[in-house]
Design a protein around this ligand. Structure first.
Ligand code: ADE
Length: 269
């Protein structure tokens, strides 16, 4: 059976229209998740929803308990995770209000726990292709009237401050990144370690600081754009749930078998 989880970023603290909706407390060995998890059904599809920053927005990008979040979703039987989060754009043609279906990441975060594996059990999974192409395809097929750019490299920064102009130009002009955000890493890496299919929809709220006409990012503008996008995000969630209805296939890209050849520690350890 499949279960689809949505991890909602800034401005997305619940999803509507769930049947049998209930907020559940899930304990994990990695501590408390960001919040209770809302479970229920959208049509035929079992759902789970987790507000990444917690209701009331109590976790900063650095303090989000990424390991507890992914582990809690796994414990609930989740098979597919779609992240919906705000981002800045490095491209004129990717405008505020547009959505980007991310396919690559540059991870510049440095103050977060990034793995379930360490002392005692060591594993090295591949994240060469960090996004599940099957799940990305399902989102793309569900986008209908939403302006959704197919593919983009997301630079994950530590924050919580936004970038300087020099950093923004480096990420855009030298590194060739398309969007920037603070939360998709290490989430995507942890989802792979947990053998979950993961896709990310980045909702553009601003042009970061490289743009000559928009050189400071203001949180008030971000919130206003997010409010304008909330209904589009809800429509997308309903449509993806419908697209994914039915039994969960073996992942053609092997996300659900990521640990098969990844564990270094012997059984005797
Ligand atoms: N989230 C929304 N806009 C952002 C930006 N410009 N940089 C980092 N995270 C963001």
């Amino acid at each position: 059976m499949s279960r689809l989880a949505i991890i909602g970023g800034s401005g997305i603290y619940d999803i509507d229209g769930l049947e049998d909706a209930k907020w559940q407390t899930i304990e994990t060995p990695w501590g408390q998740p960001s919040d209770k998890i809302l479970t229920g059904r959208l049509g035929e599809t079992e759902m789970a929803f987790l507000p990444r920053h917690g209701r009331g927005h109590v976790h900063s990008p650095t303090t989000v308990p990424y390991r507890a979040n992914i582990d809690a979703l796994k414990r609930l039987g989740v098979t597919d995770v779609i992240s919906i989060s705000a981002c800045g754009s490095f491209r004129e043609d990717m405008a505020p209000g547009d959505f980007v279906l991310v396919d690559q990441f540059v991870d510049r975060t440095f103050a977060r726990e990034k793995s379930f594996f360490g002392t005692g059990c060591v594993a090295h999974v591949s994240v060469a292709h960090p996004v599940c192409e099957r799940l990305r395809g399902a989102v793309k097929a569900s986008a209908a009237d939403i302006t959704l750019h197919d593919g983009g490299t997301y630079l994950a920064m530590e924050g919580p401050q936004f970038s300087t102009v020099a950093e923004s130009k480096l990420y855009r002009d030298v590194w060739g990144c398309d969007v920037i955000g603070m939360t998709n890493m290490p989430e995507a890496k942890l989802a792979r370690e947990a053998e979950l299919c993961y896709a990310s929809v980045a909702m553009i709220t601003d042009y970061d600081s490289w743009h000559p006409d928009h050189d400071t990012v203001q949180i008030t503008e971000i919130i206003a754009t997010l409010r304008g996008n909330a209904e589009k995000a809800r429509m997308l969630v309903r449509a993806v749930a419908e697209t994914l209805a039915g039994p969960h296939p073996d992942c053609p890209h092997g996300c659900d078998r990521a640990l098969e050849y990844a564990i270094m520690t012997g059984p005797e350890a």
